[in-house]
Design a protein around this ligand. Structure first.
Ligand code: 5GP
Length: 182
């Protein structure tokens, strides 16, 4: 295990098994339909890459990037689109794929924004759900794991853009935050 991490929260094998299960459920829910998966950069990239390979219905994927100022800044957690979709979503069945839902502000904004573009349907899929910190309710259609209020990294999730390449989900050691701004 990496010295910056306190413990493994979800192993590579557990993630793998859950991704297969979610892929099966999505494939069955969307039987006879075509799907557009929208990955939120950069955190959801690894989850999306594994998930799409478990889906058996015709599937395309695209990416969006947003910058979130979080719950503490201003009233409604301002979210800015840094990179928009390549194609329109009108009339498409879309699934937004996130790494983690924390306050819910990012996903609420994204879901509302995408709904206003007249897709046929919008669902939300996240690898991790941290419900204890929710500020705005989010209806999650596909969830990998509910986790406690701890800061996690790995499998796409970062701290200062590091640790994304870890194959499992780990709890970051507090000593890493203490060195913040060194
Ligand atoms: P929210 O749901 O608060 O709008 O924001 C979700 C975003 O906050 C995620 O996409 C992720 O970038 C970041 N985030 C929230 N909790 C964690 C965590 O435990 N670890 C990491 N690496 N990012 C987190």
């Amino acid at each position: 295990m990496h010295p910056d991490c306190e413990r493994i929260l979800i192993s590579e094998g557990e993630i793998r098994a859950r991704v297969v299960e979610i892929g099966r459920r999505i494939s069955s829910d969307y039987a006879g339909k075509e799907l557009l998966m929208i990955g939120i950069l950069k955190g959801a990239m690894i989850f999306l890459a594994d998930l799409v390979r478990e889906i058996t219905v015709p599937t395309q994927y695209d990416f969006m990037a947003v910058s979130s100022y979080g719950a503490s800044s201003k009233s409604s957690g301002e979210v800015r689109i840094l990179k928009d979709l390549e194609y329109g979503v009108e009339g498409r069945h879309i699934i937004i794929v996130e790494d983690i839902v924390d306050t819910g502000l990012t996903l609420n904004y994204l879901a509302e924004n995408l709904k206003s573009r007249d897709p046929a349907s919008v669902k939300i899929c996240t690898l991790l759900d941290k419900p204890s910190r929710r500020v705005e309710p989010v209806e999650i259609d596909y969830n990998g794991f509910v986790i406690p209020d701890e800061f996690v990294v790995g499998y796409g999730l970062d701290y200062s853009d590091r640790y994304r390449n870890f194959p499992c989900i780990m709890v970051l050691s507090p000593k890493v935050y203490m060195n913040e701004g060194e």
